[in-house]
Design a protein around this ligand. Structure first.
Ligand SMILES: [Zn+2]
Ligand SMILES: [Zn+2]
Length: 159
């Protein structure tokens, strides 16, 4: 199965997402601050997989925000269902926005570090079966394949 194409952002209107974030903050007794909003907006405009360093670099050009406040905002965005942890690389967690996106899994090339997305509905069946067997209530699952992409395999052959 060819990796799924990255969906183009349908619209850069983030009203719905930002409203969900504000609602979440208020419901948990957190203040809605300009800084939290700026971080959330930057994250939601990012349709790629990124780590905190990358996010920090792209935010820095627009607003003076510390890495620490990004680290504090991320769990909030995860808990309100806008963001997800995707994979760990060299000790850095990578994230992606999940709000309004189809559930998908990842192929990760350990050589060129590209990430490919794919969807495999059969994984949800496996999840269901295992949870039934173990009497487990799932909050989600992660499936990741790492190795060499076709490009990198070709290069290795030529070397
Ligand atoms: Zn590769
Ligand atoms: Zn993804």
């Amino acid at each position: 199965m060819p990796p799924m194409k990255k969906p183009e952002p349908t619209s850069e209107d983030l009203t719905e997402e930002m409203e969900a974030f504000r609602k979440y903050l208020k419901s948990r007794g957190f203040r809605v601050t300009r800084e939290r909003e700026a971080i959330a907006e930057c994250i939601l405009r990012n349709h790629d997989h990124f780590d905190v360093d990358e996010l920090f670099m792209s935010l820095r050009s627009k607003t003076p925000i510390s890495k620490a406040s990004i680290y504090r905002a991320i769990p909030l965005l995860i808990r309100c269902g806008l963001l997800a942890e995707v994979y760990l690389e060299d000790g850095h967690m990578h994230y992606e926005r999940v709000y309004g996106r189809e559930l998908h899994s990842h192929l990760r090339c350990v050589n060129c570090r590209r990430i490919f997305e794919f969807s495999a509905p059969e994984l949800a069946l496996v999840e269901k079966r295992i949870c039934r067997q173990e009497g487990f209530k799932s909050d989600g699952y992660k499936f990741e394949i790492w190795g060499l992409c076709s490009n990198c395999q070709d290069k290795k052959k030529k070397d």
